[in-house]
Ligand binder design. Structure first.
Ligand code: NAP
Length: 243
């Protein structure tokens, strides 16, 4: 296993939730960090959370905008690991009431955004480095009704990583698939109903609790540090696929 000491890690989505947890954990492991998101306010708040460390740089960039992402990787220069946790709340309408504009925006952000990141990251990602992208439990336990689109997109990431890990070898490409995690996205999705959802899910989960971002970060650290893991989907869901 390599360590992250002195490595440059780019976390797209690092200004909130799971990505912020990965950023904090990578910083503790000695990494130099670049965190990326669209909102400058969220990036500033994340910097404060991370303790205004001189090893942290932030860039406001939207991963759906190709020119901006090309600029981002030019600015960042050579780096060791790319992590993306970027995403927006998924569409949830039953199929006969699907709003195609909502679906297109979601696919553009989540799937096309990941392709775009990979396209431009490879220009400056060092040999021996890695890419880790986020899918999630919705592919394994789709919400019914309304889970078909998010399930299809989340599921596609595993095949993206398998093919890309062959194309880019020896650069490694992996997916992390979390179960439910207590993040701002969950607040946005269910609002005040969150505590009820979490209580009943925690009671059913083999792990006995809902994850925090700090519980999920080790999967990303493993994906970066393990030089023998590639083309893999790493599930970290407290046993949620089993219930
Ligand atoms: N929370 C869960 O229970 C859970 C479970 C399984 C999977 N996931 C997946 O894990 C990922 C992270 O979720 P989270 O709960 O950590 O969400 P979150 O707290 O809302 O964080 C999402 C991050 O992505 C950034 N982002 C969104 N769109 C972007 C874009 N176009 N370009 C650049 N940055 C962008 C956001 O910053 P800006 O808004 O400023 O751009 C933010 O930093 C999502 O893809 C989600 O579907 C979450």
């Amino acid at each position: 296993m390599a360590t992250l000491m002195g490595k440059k890690v780019v976390v797209v989505g690092g200004s909130s939730g799971i990505g912020l947890g990965v950023a904090a954990s990578a910083l503790k492991s000695g990494a130099e960090l670049v965190i990326v998101g669209r909102s400058p306010e969220k990036l500033q708040a994340a910097e404060r959370t991370l303790g205004a460390d001189s090893r942290v740089r932030t860039f406001a960039a939207d991963m759906t905008k190709e020119a901006k992402i090309a600029w981002l990787f030019d600015e960042v220069g050579a780096f060791d690991h790319l992590v993306s946790t970027a995403g927006t709340p998924p569409p949830g309408d039953p199929i006969d009431r699907t709003d195609m504009d909502v679906v297109r925006r979601f696919v553009d952000n989540k799937l096309i955004g990941a392709v775009l990141l990979a396209k431009h990251a490879v220009r400056t990602l060092k040999t021996g480095g890695s890419m880790t992208v986020t899918s999630g439990i919705n592919k394994d336990r789709p919400p019914v009704p309304g889970g078909s689109v998010v399930s299809a997109i989340a599921g596609s990431f595993s095949y993206f990583a398998r093919a890309l890990s062959l194309e880019l070898a020896p650069t490694r490409v992996n997916i992390v698939s979390p179960g439910w995690v207590d993040t701002p996205m969950f607040d946005e999705l269910v609002g005040e109903a969150k505590s009820g959802f979490f209580e009943s899910m925690a009671a059913r989960l083999p792990a006995g609790k809902i994850a925090t971002p700090a519980d999920i970060a080790p999967a990303y650290i493993y994906a970066m540090e393990s030089d023998f893991t590639t083309g893999e989907t790493i599930h970290i869901d407290g046993g949620q696929r089993l219930i």
